[in-house]
Write a protein that binds this ligand. Structure first.
Ligand code: MSP
Length: 648
């Protein structure tokens, strides 16, 4: 079929915030889309699979500030990590959109201007809660105990000039869209009621689409103290990446509307209410379908849990168990629409039962028997019987079921069914007992038929597993002697495509068994140390120049006198010998030492701090001490260290 005759299929992940590195949750959505994209390609579709990063906004601006860098430099680094992870996971995306890309900026600016000219965007005032030190607006629902969620300080009512999009206008049309049974716009269906009851029925508010209180965003061309506020910028990626209103790409006509926007449930609202409204205002077609899956949750309250060996660095998991094991785990265990608590233990158990025992063993047993009984090449003469029919029928029913379920993101149903057929195939071995047939020369044609059926079953299920386990499939084909010409998607529906005199080739164990207890312990030992750090440790400070250290004069000093400061339960007053003379210094360690304990000791001190007055006494420097339990311990040197000795 020529390229231009192919049916197109356009699938997208959300564009992720590069405010931190990607984690297993981002992996799920991306692997899910990859699986669908791979299947559609195998089915002959002209696929566009888009992913990317959502790089503007106040949070990124702040993170960059904290890291002492520019927002662009900050996101550049993290985008590298996203791309590395996608490469590691075998994600076959066709295009990667960054909202800082010039073409995207151009599209957003053009859309904003068009919507303004057409009257869908108007200028008004944004009212919210404002935290002055953070220079941030918050909505009531974002506040924590009525305070700024970032710094915990009081917020005040404030307003700023802003542009608004007439979202409220679209409420009736949105309701109609969501309730259209035939169109089946939003999946799973349960989210339809949520959208209608929680957002549309209570009354849709117009949407604030610009801000003036921070600057990391796309400027509004005709009013450049404003930047375009997040969702208009972010959602537009799905069409900017195709070249809508920009000249960089030229695929809008070909791929739009999207066939599937995939995301987790928390952003379904933006995709099923705001996005269609923007498109309606632009007069453009709406996406076919929106999929809102559940969350992968981590330990109590959705937080990352370090207990139970739950090290969930995807790179570590891929390195130890293989990329396909991780892909399989996520797609097999996550039931579409529901949440799934992440558990390595669950992954190991399923790996052992499905991949090591059922699939891995089926392949290695079948190849081993073909080698043993026929020297690796089956004879052409075979005797098929009715005893083969049940297995063949189950295989026949599989491709349609899998295709439909992968396409609807019901991966766990599809995989469950595939593995039922794999179990059925294993049972076929036990039913036909090849080891008995091998003992009787007259049964050779039957034995050849049994092994041929087994090899061909493996071929047929492997085709259907390819979108989930793209790295494993070629390894299996190599072992069972299946060439490219018989491993296309639709070849799964056809029986007996392997050559009649097929030759097998034993290979490495596909899925070595996992010792669950041992692996859980080893993963626990790999848990990042910083997670284990007691929470009372001060965070590490930023790097500083050597000169800042060199400017401090650190010396050993001998305590000549020491007494409590009157009316202070904290301060001790010292007279010390600094090697050049005597000086007075105060230290807040009265709770941890009696004065007489310290007299005669040689301690560490910063001697060139500017004098400070405390409780009426001048302090010339600072005695160094280290946090110890609930208190402090002075840093002590042996008696033989001369006062005034340099500490470096
Ligand atoms: N930038 C917005 C999306 C804009 S799309 C036009 C955003 N970014 S995000 O980095 O927070 O990504 C959210 C998405 O990442 C979720 O919708 C989901 O696809 C994926 N996931 C992030 N954590 C996840 C889990 N714990 N579980 C499942 N999916 C998760 O929102």
């Amino acid at each position: 079929m020529a390229d231009n005759e192919k049916q197109k299929y356009y699938i997208t992940t959300p564009i992720y915030y590069p405010s931190g590195n990607p984690h297993i949750g981002h992996c799920y959505t991306t692997i899910a889309c990859d699986c669908v994209a791979r299947m559609k390609r195998m089915q002959g579709y002209d696929v566009m699979f888009l992913t990317g990063t959502d790089e503007h906004g106040q949070k990124i601006e702040k993170k960059a500030q904290e890291a002492g860098t520019t927002p662009k430099a900050y996101v550049d680094d993290i985008v590298v990590n996203f791309k590395k992870l996608w490469a590691r996971l075998g994600i076959s995306y066709d295009r990667y959109v960054r909202t800082t890309d010039d073409y995207h900026i151009e599209t957003v600016q053009n859309i904003f201007t068009k919507l303004y000219k057409d009257g869908w965007i108007y200028k008004s005032e944004y009212k919210g809660k404002y935290c002055t030190p953070c220079e941030s607006f918050w909505t009531d629902s974002q506040l924590v105990d009525g305070k700024c969620p970032d710094c915990g300080r009081e917020v005040t009512d404030a307003s700023e000039e802003a542009y608004f999009f007439k979202l409220s206008h679209f409420a009736p049309k949105l309701k109609e869209l969501l309730l259209d049974e035939e169109k089946n716009f939003l999946n799973p269906k349960s989210r339809v009621n949520e959208m209608i009851h929680n957002f549309i029925d209570p009354g849709l508010q117009d949407l604030c689409v610009s801000r003036t209180s921070f600057s990391w965003g796309i400027p509004v061309t005709f009013d450049d103290k404003h930047i375009v506020y997040v969702w208009l910028d972010a959602l537009t990626n799905y069409i900017s990446a195709l070249g809508f209103m920009n000249d960089t790409y030229n695929d809008y006509e070909k791929y739009w509307p999207a066939d599937a926007h995939v995301m987790a449930k928390e952003i379904v609202r933006f995709h099923s209410l705001i996005w269609p409204s923007i498109l309606m205002a632009l007069g453009e077609p709406l996406p076919e379908r929106i999929f809102g899956h559940g969350w992968i949750t981590f330990g109590d309250g959705g937080k990352m849990s370090k207990s139970k060996g739950n090290v969930i660095d995807p790179f570590v998991l891929c390195d130890r168990y293989g990329v396909d094991a991780l892909r399989f785990h996520l797609l097999r265990e996550m039931v579409f629409g529901s949440d799934m608590p992440y558990s390595n233990e669950m992954m190991f158990n399923r790996y052992n039962s499905d991949l090591a025992n059922d699939l891995g063993n089926l392949v290695s047993r079948t190849v081993a028997m073909t080698n043993k009984y026929f020297g690796g090449t089956l004879p052409v003469e075979k005797e098929f019987t009715d005893a083969d029919n049940d297995l063949l029928e189950q295989l026949d029913q599989l491709p349609d079921y899998v295709s439909e379920n992968y396409g609807n993101l019901h991966f766990s149903d599809a995989l469950e069914r595939i593995f039922r057929v794999i179990a059925r195939t294993n049972k076929y071995i036990d039913e036909n007992e090849p080891w008995k047939l091998a003992k009787d020369d007259s049964m050779k044609p039957r034995l050849a038929a049994v092994l041929y059926n087994l090899l061909d079953s493996i071929r047929r299920v492997t085709i259907l597993l390819t979108p989930v386990m793209p790295h494993t499939a070629p390894l299996i084909y190599e072992q069972i002697g299946a060439g490219e010409d018989i491993t296309g998607w639709y070849d799964s529906a056809k029986k007996h495509l392997l050559p009649a005199d097929v030759t097998v080739k034993a290979g490495p164990v596909l899925f070595p068994r996992i010792d669950v207890e041992k692996e859980l312990k080893e993963l626990e030992a790999l848990a990042p140390q910083k997670e284990e750090a007691p929470s009372d440790l001060e965070p590490l400070k930023e790097l500083t120049k050597y000169d800042n250290f060199a400017a401090l004069d650190l010396r050993a000093v001998k305590v000549l006198e020491c007494e409590n400061v009157p009316k202070s339960d904290k301060l001790l007053k010292f007279k010390v010998d600094d090697g050049f003379g005597e000086r007075q210094v105060l230290s807040g360690i009265a709770k941890y030492y009696k004065p007489e304990e310290l007299i005669g000791k040689t301690l560490a001190m910063i001697v060139n701090l500017e004098p400070r007055k405390m409780m009426g006494f001048e302090s010339n420097g600072m005695i160094l001490s280290v946090k110890h339990g609930d208190g402090y311990k002075v840093i002590e040197f042996p008696d033989t260290v001369k006062p005034g000795s340099d500490i470096s």
